[in-house]
Design a protein around this ligand. Structure first.
Ligand SMILES: Cc1ncc(COP(=O)(O)O)c(C=O)c1O
Length: 472
């Protein structure tokens, strides 16, 4: 049989493409994928040509606009408001610094996050310390620096009391609460439960301690919460508890921290309508929260408690995009077209829960069809999108996923592929690297070769026939 000439084009057999619901609109047209060729006036092609592919691109303007918009919206409905920036959502130093410049405090949940906030110049009394594990040494530091420690469980309360005793002072603490709003899935593994009496028991323990005083209440009811009424109920329950502890102990609660959970304009899997329709306006949330605070605190005298919100996702998600390049195409056995990108799920872990909107960097001709987007990993789960309508793409074409700013730069993995750089585009159209891409050297930096393994790279048998050493 003759070998096919390399100049012949590959034959793509005919296929029948089933139309699935949503693939065409009422007029029989397929939905066109949008084009996103620039970010804040800077061409994505130019950025990819300069910094390579894949590439995380952060918009400084968008980030600042988002946090300003949120603070303003809360302030429309309540007079004293602080934003605590949730470090675990995106801990890139430049991103944290921008938010601190906007007045956000740091919300941290571990020793290293606490230390990073301090490294970035955040004073202790502008740090909210959450999380179920705060080792003694970091707790001692947090106490001596005046951080706001939110207690998660009774063992931590004991530990805190012992640290305060040792430091010979009375330390202000806050309690993390959990409860059932009846609207959101309760996150009952964090903090003290209201319904079963744990929370009041913890407040009593603090009241009876000569070393502790209760000055804050915290709760975080979940993430990507699409129903603003959940926050109204959260505030109702928290203010009820505030009255109870103030009545019992005679102390004043200085702040109520309602956590985060506000949605971005991402497409949560399982949500049948697009984000433009599924995600309520921010004002709907802040109005409900303001109304519930007004009602819950109406018969309380003295200054109002400070309101803290710890939004992560809603602040950063749509300020970041991931640009990637097609490295291969194929026809799948079910008829779908498949494309392989140079960016995979190790960079975009949230693709497990979100259908990240994806756009072309440049317009493409051709009949759009249902396409599966794979990453480059040799792992079956490496899907960026299971099915999205795209025109036929070729090697070298570029795509942009956005929003992707929340939880990807913190949950990403060095797995099979190296992690790429993150860049920042500023309002004047300048751009620079805010996190270097990984290299083989950075990857190997932490490894050590024990001396007995150091000398020989391998002890290989000669290759069997028909292999020869010179075959490589
Ligand atoms: C205590 C706490 N605060 C704030 C956040 C930020 O949540 P989100 O990104 O949904 O606003 C989280 C995230 O899980 C959290 O655990």
């Amino acid at each position: 049989m003759n070998k096919p000439s390399s100049t012949l084009r590959a034959w793509d057999p005919p296929w029948i493409q089933p139309l699935s619901k949503g693939a065409i609109n009422t007029f029989g047209y397929r939905r066109n994928q949008g084009i996103c060729s620039e970010i804040d006036g800077v061409a994505i092609d130019d950025l990819m040509n300069s910094y390579g592919s894949p590439l995380f691109i952060t918009s400084e303007k968008r980030l600042r606009d988002n946090v300003r918009g949120m603070i303003q919206s809360f302030t429309n409905h309540y007079p004293t408001v602080v934003h605590g920036w949730s470090y675990k959502t995106n801990i890139t130093a430049a991103i944290c610094r921008i938010l601190h410049q906007e007045g956000s405090w740091a919300e941290v949940v571990s020793k290293s996050e606490y230390e990073k906030a301090r490294l970035l110049g955040v004073p202790g009394n502008r740090i909210l310390f959450n999380g179920p594990y705060k080792p003694r040494a970091i707790l001692e530091r947090a106490v001596s620096e005046g951080a706001h420690v939110h207690l998660d469980h009774l063992d931590e309360l004991d530990l805190m009391e012992s640290v305060a005793r040792e430091q010979g002072r009375v330390v202000s603490v806050a309690l993390r609460l959990n409860f059932n709003t009846g609207i959101t899935e309760p996150w009952s593994r964090f903090g003290f439960n209201l319904e079963n009496g744990q929370a009041i028991e913890a407040a009593t323990r603090i009241r009876l301690s000569p070393h502790l005083t209760l000055n804050g209440l915290h709760s975080h009811i979940g993430t990507f919460i699409l129903d603003p009424t959940a926050y109204g109920e959260q505030v109702r329950l928290m203010t009820e508890f505030l009255h109870e502890v103030e009545r019992d102990s005679g102390t004043r609660i200085a702040y109520l921290d309602i956590g985060g959970g506000f949605p971005s304009h991402n497409a949560l899997q399982g949500t049948p309508i697009p984000p433009e329709q599924a995600v309520p306006e921010l004002e709907e949330y802040t109005k409900r929260i303001g109304m519930a605070l007004k009602k819950g605190l109406s018969n309380r005298s003295g200054p109002l408690p400070l309101l803290i919100f710890e939004s992560g996702r809603a602040v950063v998600d749509d300020a970041q995009s991931l640009a990637a390049t097609v490295v291969g195409t194929k026809r799948l056995v079910d008829g779908r077209r498949g494309i392989i990108l140079d960016a995979g799920i190790n960079l975009l872990l949230t693709a497990l829960w979100y259908h990240h909107p994806v756009q072309l960097v440049q317009p493409k001709d051709g009949v759009p069809e249902e396409t599966a987007i794979f990453g480059p990993l040799c792992m079956n789960i490496d899907y960026m999108r299971q099915m999205v309508t795209l025109p036929p793409l070729a090697v070298g074409d570029r795509l942009v996923f956005s929003p992707v700013g929340a939880y990807n730069n913190t949950q990403w993995l060095q797995f099979i592929e190296l992690r790429p750089p993150i860049i920042l585009v500023n309002a004047r159209g300048r751009h620079e690297i805010i996190r270097q891409g990984e290299t083989l050297a950075s990857l190997c930096e932490q490894e050590r070769m024990p001396p007995h393994l150091d000398s020989s790279p391998g002890h290989w048998q000669p290759l069997p026939q028909p292999w020869h050493d010179d075959m490589g």
